[in-house]
Write a protein that binds this ligand. Structure first.
Ligand code: PNS
Length: 167
């Protein structure tokens, strides 16, 4: 039987508990999950790709079904290269819908054999985003419970060192 491989792409700057929730839900029905960080030279992330990969490695469970990787270029090309048939995305609220719908249809236009699967996180994470978490942490607010503890600590350190960072 063919393995059900899904790619969970994103910026993950940084990974939040909402992302993690999606990972756990996906593991209920995929044989393999590739968490793939987009290397985007046009964005100036808070954490390097290496740091973001390290966080993910630390916080996802040790499971042979999970691979952590990075990619650049078109997502559909990467998905094909990994032998996957589906793209996994989290859908938190209606506000996510426009962007996600557009991306899913564009990806289908580029590669009709690849499906996008949307998963809804637990309600308590529906308002959590990497962007807000960075904003709160940069202003000295608590992000406890929104990101894994390791990430929380590293964010504190980072903002302590880099006062006045732009988000
Ligand atoms: O976590 P994000 O920033 O919402 O993730 C966006 C991501 C990485 C899924 C998206 O930007 C992407 O797939 N980029 C790769 C380039 C690409 O394929 N663009 C066309 C998408 S329709």
């Amino acid at each position: 039987m063919m393995k059900k491989i899904a790619v969970y792409p994103g910026t993950f700057d940084p990974i939040t508990n909402g992302h993690l929730d999606i990972v756990f839900r996906a593991l209920e029905f995929v044989d393999k999950l590739v968490i793939a960080i987009l290397v985007n030279p046009e964005k100036s992330p808070l954490f390097t790709v290496r740091e973001r990969m390290e966080f993910i490695r630390k916080v996802v469970p040790a499971d042979d079904r999970i691979e952590i990787d990075q990619f650049h270029g078109l997502l559909v090309d990467y998905v094909k290269k990994k032998g996957a048939r589906s793209i996994l995305r989290g859908l938190r609220a209606v506000s996510d819908f426009d962007y996600e719908f557009q991306m899913a249809l564009m990806n289908r236009r580029l590669e009709s054999t690849i499906e996008t699967i949307f998963l809804v996180p637990a309600e308590k994470y529906t308002y959590v985003s990497s962007r807000l978490v960075k904003e709160i942490a940069s202003l000295g607010g608590s992000v406890k419970g929104l990101v894994p503890t390791e990430v929380e600590e590293r964010m504190k350190e980072k903002f302590h060192r880099k006062k006045g960072i732009k988000i």
